[in-house]
Ligand binder design. Structure first.
Ligand SMILES: NC(=O)c1ccc[n+]([C@@H]2O[C@H](COP(=O)([O-])OP(=O)(O)OC[C@H]3O[C@@H](n4cnc5c(N)ncnc54)[C@H](O)[C@@H]3O)[C@@H](O)[C@H]2O)c1
Length: 262
């Protein structure tokens, strides 16, 4: 087990990719705090963690709210006395409010940036001092291929995730002398609950066929594809890796996937 007796906070760990990460880290020996907007599904994941013989705690937390994050980090410290791993997974696109930029609304921009980018600031701001004082820790931010190549009709989300990648690089430079590593994992389309939803107005063919083909594998990724890399980055095996962004999207970030011959 790579993460025996480590304590990990997984934001948005109540379903989808975050649930996959929480379960994988528990399988590797970590105790898990799931900090998510909805308590009941977070508690269900914690029961899965406890069934693996690990300790767990579900905390209702809106990561875009600094005070709520401060309270949840304090509760984690009270319960476990340390934080070794922070996975900033909470986030997502505008979904039901997705639009072309020329039709976009300020409130949607604030919500998308608030969860995906300010949420990462809020949690890191609360946890970094503790990790630096102990001289160890691993922070893994969940970005998106949208933050690397930009996705039309997701300008807000692309900007937020691009910000997360740059945030990762800059914080890693400050934290590396203190023994704390900060990395980013950028998924392509993943068959999570959110990944399977088709936002109103999105072309059905684009949602499935084009996105699946763009990965080169002809399919969406699975939460485990992301969780396996997160567990590695959280572990001492990744002790010389920091400030990096790792796309997990097949060839989607590389341009044309279709061969021009044959
Ligand atoms: N699914 C994909 O195709 C895909 C692709 C690239 C990146 N991502 C990223 O992966 C992460 C997880 O995505 P998913 O597909 O599992 O999404 P999901 O909607 O299935 O799950 C998101 C989780 O985050 C929680 N959450 C949302 N807003 C929150 C907030 N303000 N505070 C606390 N918790 C909050 C939700 O309760 C839920 O538990 C997100 O950051 C998303 O942007 C997903």
């Amino acid at each position: 087990m790579k993460l025996k007796d480590r304590v990990a906070i997984v934001t948005g760990g109540s379903r989808g990719i975050g649930r996959g990460i929480a379960i994988k880290l528990a399988d590797e020996g970590a105790d898990i705090v799931v900090a998510s907007t909805t308590l009941e599904p977070a508690e269900r994941v914690i029961r899965e963690v406890e069934a693996r013989g690990r300790r767990g705690l579900a905390l209702q937390t809106d990561v875009s709210n600094f005070d709520e994050v401060e309270r949840s980090v304090a509760q984690t410290m009270e319960a476990f006395g340390q934080i070794d791993i922070l996975v900033n997974n909470a986030g997502g696109s505008a979904r039901g409010s997705m639009s072309l930029f020329c039709d976009s609304q300020e409130a949607t921009w604030d919500r998308v940036l608030g969860t995906n980018l300010k949420g990462v600031f809020n949690t890191c701001r609360q946890v970094i001092g503790h990790m630096q004082a102990r001289g160890s820790g691993s922070i893994i931010n969940i970005g998106s291929v949208a933050g690397m190549i930009g996705l039309a009709s997701q300008v807000d989300y692309s900007a937020a995730k691009g910000g997360v990648i740059a945030f990762t690089q800059a914080l890693a430079k400050e934290a590396v002398p203190h023994g704390v590593r900060v990395n980013c994992v950028s998924p392509g389309p993943v068959g999570s609950d959110a990944g399977r939803q088709i936002p109103p107005g999105m072309k059905r063919g684009l949602a499935y066929t084009a996105l699946s083909n763009a990965t080169g594998f002809g399919r969406f990724g699975e939460p485990a594809d992301i969780a396996n890399l997160v567990a590695f980055l959280a572990s001492d095996e990744a002790g010389f890796i920091t400030g990096q962004n790792f796309p997990v999207c097949g060839v989607m970030n590389l341009g044309l996937a279709e061969p021009l011959l044959g």
